[in-house]
Design a protein around this ligand. Sequence first.
Ligand code: SF4
Ligand code: SF4
Length: 134
Amino acid sequence: MTSRLVISSENEEFLARVNELSGQVITLCDQCGICSASCPMIDEMDVTPSQMMRMVQLGQSEVLKTKAMWLCASCFTCTVRCPRGLDLSRVAEALRQTTLRQASDHININAIPRDELAALPQIALVAGMRKFTG
Ligand code: SF4
Ligand code: SF4
C-alpha cells in the first residue's frame, strides 16, 4: 500500500518552488541517508543533507535558516551515489537562490571590519561572494 504525504497548501507551494528551481522531484527521496554518509561537509552542517531533503519534502521553509545549504560545496559525491538519482547540490542551490531573492544574504560585506577585509585572501573573498551572494 502506498501512502501519500499530506502537507498544507503553503508547504506544498514551497516544495513546488524548490522542485521547480532545482529541477528535481524531491518527493522521490526515500531518506536512505547515503547522501549524509557520503558528504565531506557533514561535520560542519547543522542539519544533514538527508534532513535537508526531508524538510523540503515537508515544505518546511525553516530549511532556509539552516547553515547546511550554504555549506554544500557542490562536490556531487551524493549526486553520483543517490539511488534515486537526485542532485542534492541543485537543491541546495535552489534554497540559496530562494534566500537571495528575498534580499537576504549569507555574507554582509559591510559588516566585515576594514582591517579584516584587507587581510582576507582576495581569491577566497571573490569565490565566497560568487557562492554566497546574488
Ligand atoms: S541519497 Fe538520495 S534518496 Fe537517499 S536520502 Fe539522500 S537524497 Fe534521499
Ligand atoms: S554535493 Fe553538497 S550535500 Fe552533496 S556530498 Fe557534496 S557537499 Fe555534501
